[in-house]
Design a protein around this ligand. Structure first.
Ligand code: SF4
Length: 613
């Protein structure tokens, strides 16, 4: 049953015929759906009109609505922005959500500063810097950063660049930086190097190469042969890097190209980032259930989410079909980008072929998912049969805790679905309620916290819970689930029995564990999942311990107060670099008195952080 007629009419009567956002709420006040409208009155009423021809999913939504809220916005574009914010906040069940809505790394080039530097960031802010990305493959980003550092002599440090440094660092010595931090050593030409680096990142390689060639000729004509040779070498290196990039368009245009593939209710969306005619990156969005939305409606809901908090769209976004609200979406993208953006669906020619390429990529990704899904299903059947589970373990959640004698205790949960880890759903926990080395109580706490969150967010529960441990840990996990008010029928533990080498499976209430056959796919699967959660918990624990050790070590050194600590961090950028710095560097670059520098060196050398490789 939907909203009661009386209360519905009274709310509908108050709706203004103005642009805005509406929120449909369910039984417990949870937000089920957030939508935007040109006219709130017209749009919201259309859901509740008797005899309205609604799609299945919409009908299901309407039947669950118990309350509604609305917010009037100055324009439809403002409503779109507000809608995006509210979707991000509430993650409503009936909206199409970008599941990969995690933060991808970008390269930030601080072109607004006198000496621009390249850094890796997770968030795009409108701060005048230029952003490149997102880099959805970590390897591609590292590779870009590496060759940028080899090709362009820009600063890589984090400290202030004011020419006041007594001497430049080793980057200068090896020719990787022009040394603007030290006025006496500075080689000049930083602005030009930064300009070239930007051209390269923007994919404007033709401009970059011709500018370098003319500089090389100029240097040679003026008999500055050493400089000409240096430029020639850089040209060579750049050409080699460019040769590896895929040229998808003979023109030098910048475009984002979107392709969609569908199979049943699943959809795969590929965004290709073409800059200067070269394919610089790609992002994939997979949606397991888009209901009965067509491609146009799908794009309408997804485009704001794709570009929200991401690098601005280029001048042109190519799409397979035009969404219904093109002018509003184009204005939204233009506001984000600070310049006009054209949303265009090409019917023929080179641009159409680009869209087809994106569609092909989407189809390939979708079919490989389907194949993986089939393989995962077969394995799940074997696991189900051997362990006697009540259902197919397509989604497994595994838990582990990590601490040393109770110190810096943490817990971790990982998700394994269709024989693959789902890293964007991993969770880490800092233990809050347990003091001392009580692993059982820690397990209870993290399991309870995880499933309270699942209940709150109405997220799916797993088919199988795998605990790293035996009987005691399983009982604790069950207590945690009971505290959260959930009951998951299949919970097992994986551990070695005392004094034995072989892994065994423990079941709640069973006195004897089940041996696992060596070399069976079931054993390999369970061990892979358990090892992954163990690795995740241990690496989190190690990270916390090291951070703790590092910060506290500096704090305990006499002569190091807040100001000196800050200066050291600004100068060296990280504790690792402070540990590596010589006593001389600590004095000259870190500004420490000699006796304090000696103490810092000695203390860090002896501390666990100092011995960290
Ligand atoms: S400290 Fe090193 S990297 Fe930073 S500006 Fe000076 S020479 Fe360049």
């Amino acid at each position: 049953m939907g909203l009661e007629a009386g209360s519905l009419n009274s709310v509908l009567a108050t709706l203004p015929a103005k642009p805005g956002v509406y929120l449909f709420k369910g039984e417990r006040g949870q937000v089920l759906y957030v939508g935007k409208a040109k006219s709130l009155r017209g749009r919201v009423r259309s859901y509740f009109q008797a005899g309205a021809d609604l799609a299945d999913r919409t009908r299901a939504l309407v039947s669950q609505v118990r309350d509604l809220e609305f917010i009037v916005a100055p324009s439809e574009v403002d409503a779109l922005i507000l809608e995006g914010n509210l979707i991000k906040k509430h993650r409503p069940r009936f909206n199409v959500l970008l599941r990969d809505d995690k933060t991808y790394p970008y390269l930030r080039f601080s072109v607004q500063e006198p000496y621009p530097r390249l850094t890796v960031v997770r968030r795009v802010t409108r701060d005048g810097a230029a952003y490149f990305g997102p880099y959805t493959a970590a390897g591609a980003m590292r590779e870009t950063l590496e060759y940028m550092q080899k090709l362009f002599p820009l600063a890589t440090c984090a400290g202030p660049i004011d020419g006041k440094s007594p001497r430049p660092c080793v980057e200068y010595e090896i020719g990787r930086c022009l040394g603007p931090c030290c006025a006496q050593a500075y080689r000049g030409g930083y602005g030009e190097a930064a300009r070239q680096a930007r051209l390269f990142l923007e994919g404007r390689s033709k401009d970059l190469l011709s500018s370098l060639r003319s500089q090389m000729r100029e240097a040679a004509d003026a008999l500055r042969f050493e400089e000409a040779a240096e430029i020639r070498d850089r040209l060579d290196r750049i050409e080699k890097v460019l040769a590896k990039q895929v040229v998808v368009s003979p023109t030098l245009e910048d475009q984002d190209v979107i392709g969609i593939a569908r199979e049943g209710t699943a959809a795969d969306i590929q965004v290709l980032y073409v800059r200067g005619g070269r394919l610089l990156g790609r992002r994939e969005v997979f949606l397991a259930d888009v209901g009965d939305r067509d491609d146009a409606a799908l794009l309408s809901g997804l485009l704001p989410q794709i570009y929200r908090e991401a690098a601005p769209a280029p001048k042109e976004v190519l799409v397979p079909v035009l969404p219904p609200d093109v002018p509003v979406l184009a204005e939204y993208l233009a506001r984000n980008a600070g310049s006009p953006v054209r949303l265009f669906s090409p019917r023929r020619g080179r641009k159409r072929r680009l869209v087809q390429m994106a569609e092909e990529n989407a189809r390939a990704a979708l079919s490989s998912r389907t194949q993986r899904g089939e393989a995962g299903k077969d394995l799940a059947k074997e696991v189900m049969g051997y362990l006697g589970l009540s259902r197919l373990p397509r989604r497994v959640e595994a838990f582990d805790v990590s601490n040393i004698h109770g110190a810096e205790a943490v817990g971790a949960m990982i998700v394994w679905e269709d024989d693959r880890p789902k890293k964007d759903e991993y969770l880490r926990f800092r233990i809050k309620t347990v003091s001392g080395a009580d692993d059982f109580a820690m397990m209870e706490e993290i399991v309870a916290r995880r499933y309270r969150k699942a209940v709150r967010e109405e997220s799916p529960l797993p088919d199988l819970v795998l605990i790293d441990g035996g009987k005691g840990q399983i009982s604790s996990a069950l207590c945690g689930m009971a505290a959260a008010g959930v009951a998951i029928p299949d919970v097992v533990g994986l551990a070695k029995a005392r004094g034995e080498k072989e892994e065994r499976i423990y079941f709640p209430g069973a006195s004897e564990p089940l041996p696992l056959p060596a070399d069976s796919p079931v054993t390999h699967f369970l061990m892979r999942v358990r090892d992954e959660v163990h690795r995740f918990a241990v690496s989190y624990h190690r990270g916390r311990r090291e951070a703790e050790v590092r910060f506290s070590v500096l704090d305990k050194i006499p002569g190091i107060g807040a100001a000196r600590k800050k200066r050291l961090f600004l100068r060296f950028g990280s504790v690792e670099n402070i540990i590596k710095a010589s006593e001389e560097d600590l004095v000259e670059q870190g500004g420490l008195p000699a006796d304090v520098a000696a103490r810092v060196r000695e203390t860090l050398r002896r501390s666990p952080a100092g011995s960290t490789p």
